[in-house]
Design a protein around this ligand. Structure first.
Ligand code: NCD
Length: 308
């Protein structure tokens, strides 16, 4: 998205073309091979991490990314410690931060908040997760992982399992992968946690093959990738529903017996109960690699948006 000041922001993974994703993947691979080459690229630049919602990976990954590029970081990690608690609007906060920093990474519980920031800021804004909507930089981590594990983005049957309704990483992953030839989705969830209509309709309009099912084990043999997700406790209106649904799917070593030998298991983390710890030793488990890949993709994205 480009605002009235001509500033480019990334709010959705679809703000990046397929070619731009390829460029980011190539940059990330080059960073992995030659980290020294990039160690001073962002000297004198500041990243502001504006996190109105809890985070471990995303915030620290952005911070590690900026430090590894030689830049600095300012920011806050909860709404309570920002002027939002005094009633300041996101629009005003983003105008203020534009006076201090060169780029913003924002996470917010309200869908669309980073868009409001991007419309008002005079520096690029990266959506680091907005409510149950989108999470484009998690998808960049997922994409690099898929590229490194599978060597391609096309002709893959991607199983997505868990909370497909509120899981913002799921929505962005479907957007991203829907652009490649021969990709199909197996959407595995309880009835109550199926993908929102706008996500389903987008797949229908693009002619993407997908099935919706409640059956994880039955789906297993056909999957090239299994993307597990946490039931998003913080988005539920009542605790009873959460308690009833939270353990709908638990991936165990036994359930993987019917999976392809080269299936890749992804998870954006944090894990609660969805993957038993015994699965971590399975060579198909990629979720900790995904964390590392996220940092390199965020480095590549910061470089691109700062034009350095
Ligand atoms: C995800 C998120 O915040 O949406 N976490 C992350 O950024 N890696 C997934 C989740 O919280 O379940």
């Amino acid at each position: 998205m480009t605002n009235k000041f001509g500033i480019e922001s990334v709010l959705s993974i679809l703000d990046l073309s397929v070619e731009e994703v390829d460029e980011l993947v190539a940059t990330a691979e080059d960073i992995i091979a030659n980290p020294q080459k990039y160690a001073h690229r962002c000297e004198g630049k500041k990243l502001a991490t504006l996190f109105f919602e809890p985070s471990t990976r995303t915030r620290l990954s952005f911070e590690a990314a900026m430090y590894e590029l030689g830049g600095n970081v300012i920011g806050f990690s909860s709404a309570d410690s920002s002027s939002a608690s005094k009633g300041e609007s996101v629009a005003d906060t983003s105008k203020v931060i534009s006076c201090y920093a060169d780029i913003i990474a924002m996470r917010h519980p309200k869908e669309g908040a980073p868009m409001v920031a991007a419309l008002n800021a005079t520096i690029p804004v990266i959506n680091a997760g907005d409510g149950g909507h989108n999470h484009p930089t998690q998808t960049l981590a997922d994409l690099l992982t898929i590229k490194l594990e599978k060597g391609r983005f096309d002709h893959l049957n991607i199983g997505v399992c868990g909370d497909l309704k509120f899981g913002r990483t799921v929505h962005s992953l479907i957007d991203a992968m829907s652009r490649y030839e021969g990709v199909s989705f197996t959407l595995i969830s309880p009835e109550e946690l199926k993908v929102p209509d706008y996500v389903r309709n987008a797949m229908i309009n693009k002619g993407i093959p997908f099935v919706e099912t409640t059956d994880l084990e039955g789906s297993m043999p056909s999957l090239d990738i299994l993307y597990m997700t946490r039931v998003q406790k913080e988005r539920f209106f009542n605790e009873e529903d959460y308690l009833r649904l939270k353990d709908s799917y638990i991936l165990t070593a036994e359930k993987l017996d019917n999976a392809k030998q080269n299936m890749s298991i992804l998870h954006p983390l944090p894990r609660v109960n969805e993957i038993s710890v015994a699965v971590d030793d399975d060579p198909r488990a990629c979720y900790f690699k995904q964390v590392r890949n996220g940092k390199y993709m965020r480095m590549a994205l910061i470089l691109k948006l700062l034009g350095v």
